[in-house]
Design a protein around this ligand. Structure first.
Ligand code: FAD
Length: 408
């Protein structure tokens, strides 16, 4: 099948959906992106992008746009939650670039989305198109939207995130699972955290059953600090919705005796919403008929390695390469190739994200002492990060070649 003649529909104009639209465009292949929201405007949160994703945006000539709105983090620092003791301090900035070739940045999601949709071109993005069903029984797939409209496609890419409708349609049920953590997120003006040590770093403060990660963002709010507070509570999550209102002071349940700089940070914004962290099991296949999943729709993960968005970007690049490269092969062979190239890597990152959370949350004792010693070691941190941040998803060999880190 000639990919340039294929009608490709991408469901979701999030990080993965917009990235695959750009990647396809770089191959000279068109696609149409359908997004449920009326406006492309992610509010209230940021994201950290590591070298394994930034390499593609730089390669595509978007580095200058990131210069304007991203903040390159100065270090990766681990601390004890209560005393503030530094457990590990690993320089980022130039040292990180030297090691991995690209930047490690914090960026507001609205700014990231703006860079991406500008590059895609709004003429290819259809807003207010909430997918309700897909009919894949005829000569092509027909997407039906809640507003009553429809669109035809030869390939449907489900990039509709952790709450994926495309995945639900593919499986016939909604298979999300509560991961046992909840979180509160906020962005604090830098002047409100005068006692926060190393605000330009990405820092993880670790406590018994909970942690906080924070990093600076760039753009209009340059230097302001984005934080995400995580606790193993409650179990079970008592709501049907993924996000629920939080009572006043609820965020302090695990954190009231933490370091004063953290209390200063988390008490300086209103935290009245609590997020349940949910995930999806890895499926044997990410494709059925003319439909293929990527990003969170394929493998929603817990965010403890900061890799959900980065993995969506890797998926997007590889799927676009497989489409561009499909030559005379069938759609089904192309989908199988994409899955072969991505399954092992995604599965490994999913597992590492879970075990990283367990490591952050250790109670006092021998295991925590052992962890602290390892986190202080440059060599051990290399072992923890190199295989993720140093990975080039586009440099793939077929898995049985065992190259490119896919099966590490
Ligand atoms: C608190 C928190 C912090 C995080 N921090 C990081 C981090 O620092 N680094 C990192 O790499 N990852 C992080 N992640 C994970 C990251 O946000 C996700 O993994 C990433 O956004 C997934 O990208 P995606 O393209 O798959 O989905 P999304 O970016 O979620 O995009 C999905 C899109 O699909 C649209 N959509 C959904 N349903 C439909 C429908 N029926 N019809 C049409 N459109 C639809 C949505 O509106 C949305 O625009 C974090 C996650 C959380 C919760």
């Amino acid at each position: 099948m000639n990919p340039k003649k294929m009608r490709i529909a991408v469901v979701g104009a999030g990080i993965g959906g917009l990235t695959i639209a750009i990647a396809l465009k770089k191959h000279g292949i068109d696609c149409q992106v359908y997004e449920q929201t009326a406006e492309l405007r992610e509010v209230g949160a940021a994201v950290a992008l590591s070298a394994n994703a930034m390499r593609f945006y730089e390669k595509w000539g978007l580095g200058g746009e990131f210069d304007k709105v991203a903040y390159e983090v100065s270090a990766l620092i681990y601390r004890d939650a209560k005393s503030g003791r530094v457990i590990g301090n690993h320089p980022a900035g130039a040292a990180y670039r030297e090691r991995y070739g690209y930047r490690y940045i914090g960026i507001h999601r609205a700014e990231l989305q703006k860079i991406l949709f500008t590059e895609v071109g709004m003429e290819n993005i259809h807003l207010n198109k909430c997918l309700s069903t897909i009919d894949d029984s005829g000569d092509c797939a027909v997407l039906h939207f809640k507003d009553g409209s429809s669109a035809e496609a030869d390939l449907v890419i489900g990039a509709d995130g952790a709450r994926s409708k495309v995945r639900e349609l593919m499986l016939g049920y909604d298979d999300y699972l509560y991961a046992g953590y909840t979180g509160f997120r906020g962005i604090v003006p830098i002047e409100k955290v005068p006692n926060l040590p190393d605000p330009t770093a990405i820092q993880i403060w670790m406590g018994d059953g909970c942690h906080i990660v924070h990093y600076p963002i760039g753009g209009a709010r340059s230097g302001d600090v984005n934080f995400f507070l995580v606790q193993r509570d409650p179990t079970p999550w008592p709501h049907r919705e993924w996000i629920a209102p939080a009572a006043e002071g609820e965020h302090l349940k695990f954190f009231s005796d933490w370091h004063p700089a953290i209390l200063e940070m988390i008490n300086s914004v209103t935290l009245d919403v609590r997020w349940a962290m949910n995930y999806r099991m890895m499926l044997g296949r990410w494709s059925k008929g003319r439909v293929t999943l990527l990003g969170d729709a394929a493998h929603a993960i817990v965010p403890h390695h900061g890799q959900g968005a980065n993995q969506s970007i890797e998926d997007a690049v590889v799927l676009a390469d497989c489409i561009a490269d499909m030559g005379a092969s069938s759609l089904s062979d192309m989908q199988k190739r994409y899955e072969r190239l991505r399954h092992g890597r995604a599965r490994k990152v999913v597992h590492a994200s879970v075990t990283t959370g367990d490591m952050f949350h250790l109670p006092e004792g021998k295991n925590r002492d052992h962890r602290d010693a390892r986190m202080g070691s440059k060599e051990a941190m290399g072992h923890h990060l190199d295989w993720i941040h140093g990975f080039d998803a586009s440099n793939f060999a077929e898995p049985n070649d065992r190259q490119g880190g896919t099966w590490m």
